[in-house]
Design a protein around this ligand. Sequence first.
Ligand code: UT7
Length: 309
Amino acid sequence: MSKRGIKIVGTGSFVPKKIMTNDDLAKIVDTSDEWITKRTGMKERHYVTGEEDQTLLAENAARKAIENAGINREDIDVVVVCTVSAEYYSPSSACLIQGRLGLRNDIICLDVSAGCSGFIFGLETIRALMMARGAKYGLLVGAEVLSKKMDMTDRGTCVLFGDGAAAAVLTLDDRPYFSTIGVEGDEEMIHIKVPTGLIHMNGQDTYKFAVATVPTVIESVVKKAGLTYDDIDHFILHQANLRIIESIAKKVDQPMDKFVVNIQKYGNTSSASVALALDEAYKGGIIKEGQRTLLCAFGAGRTWGAVII
Ligand code: UT7
């Protein structure tokens, strides 16, 4: 039987140097460190400056993941970049990564846009492409520059997002693969409209959607895998709001120390958020080889997804 599972063989991440604290934001928006910390758990986020852009963040994260995996980049057969903030409508961000990294020219390169569910949709996409092509390695990147997409007159949204990128090198694996993915096809909850290019979000609607949907998504993937919540060593949820993560931990009756949280340092980095937390948890020795980790995200389009790796 062909290999159907996915194994992560290397990870990497990259964020711009400039840190934007809650106090920095309070100088330009009617907000406060107290409000942002209490309502979201965020303390700071990173912003690009000067020549830094989404391609540069994606490229650096990808380089680090390849180095961490210790593979020959000639063996990469598929590149998928998950993003809602690529530099160009065309060419794709993945296409630019192929050029910047000097990857083979007979490979598939494409972008996936699924809002903050991007990395999970990306995992599903790259796995399917890798299986179809019998690929040796796939490179999956989540990269966002959201600081350029902020409407600074909308204080309920502009304080939440940050810039960053993270990547994973994947190979097909004999072990079984379990995932759940879904969409309710909606543009009202969160969108970035082409003419303005700015993020519009109905925060309360998104909050309710997240706390109602995510526990059922987690339950669904755990059941599919024939496991219980206690069999999961770590949960990595999309880093949108600490209160959302705490509420979900409570609903699935699992201790908060099983939930990886780095929202205080990066804010919401959309497609990059799950991968950024995964890279940090792995490099920080929190996730160890052979442990079971459940990744779960939700976002624009009323999308959701979860994967057990
Ligand atoms: O990645 C995509 C997924 N995104 C999310 O999951 C975001 C989900 N939503 C949330 O995390 C929360 O809804 C927010 C953090 C966006 C907002 O928190 P909230 O507790 O839902 O606040 P709210 O919108 O109900 O606003 C409460 C008050 C309002 O003032 P009044 O009307 O009570 O006087 C707002 O005007 O807080 C005010 N407010 C602020 N005050 C200071 C809204 N934003 C700010 C701000 N600073 N930045």
